[in-house]
Write a protein that binds this ligand. Sequence first.
Ligand code: NDP
Length: 239
Amino acid sequence: MSLLTGRTAVVTGGAQGIGFAIAQRFAAEGAEVIIGDLNGDAAARAADELGGLGIACDVTDASDVDTLLAVVPNVDILVNNAGITRDATLRTMTEDQFDQVIAVHLKGTWNGVRKAAALMRERKSGGAIVNISSLSGKVGMVGQTNYSAAKAGIIGLTKAAAKELAHHGVRVNAIAPGLIRTAMTEAMPEKAWDQKMAEIPMGRAGEIDEVASVALFLASDLSSYMTGTVLEVTGGRFM
Ligand code: NDP
């Protein structure tokens, strides 16, 4: 028997990158996987590879999140992974860039947590929610006042929700990845990449599968006595 046999898992922003690796890992462990992503075609294509379902969902829109969670009658696991960056220094960041990043990460995660928790409570089935934060939310990164604020906010949200939901058998935890090799981070200028590499005790970037395995741990009964935690997947950077 696999770790997630008989469970249904929803992953936001799961059409690519870290979210897709999580969806893939969950499917390999027996879960039925539903992918929600801004681009509905990309979500459907990605889910198809895993024998699951994929639909368009903008996590900033509460009714889209309702629709995503209604694809299946029972949601056991939700991963709030959807994300964007709009990096700029304080001097140049526009109000729109600030609002967009806060909306996708913070409001999007809040929408996912509250909507999934309501369903899990109603069914009295318990559940596991995993929120993707970032090392940027712990230490703050230059050019990311919007992203660092949103990712730090996700940590507060995770802990508050964990306290509210513990007695309903719903666990809420977060992952703070460091530098993970994805299309987004590989587009970084070489100088910025080398500078980050020098900060990582393990001397390398992380792979998406290394975030997915921690998500699996938090989503499964392997972490049955853990809630409100933030697990850093960073190769030791900024420990
Ligand atoms: P990607 O950009 O590869 O994937 C993010 C996905 O989220 C995309 O498919 C994107 O769709 C989707 N998305 C964006 N906005 C929304 C929205 N409003 N509603 C639904 N889906 C949306 O990023 P990563 O895989 O690198 O990152 C995944 C998560 O991990 C993010 O939360 C990110 O902040 C976090 N993270 C990543 C790190 C890294 O090093 N890569 C480090 C720390 C944290 P589309 O492409 O159509 O815009």
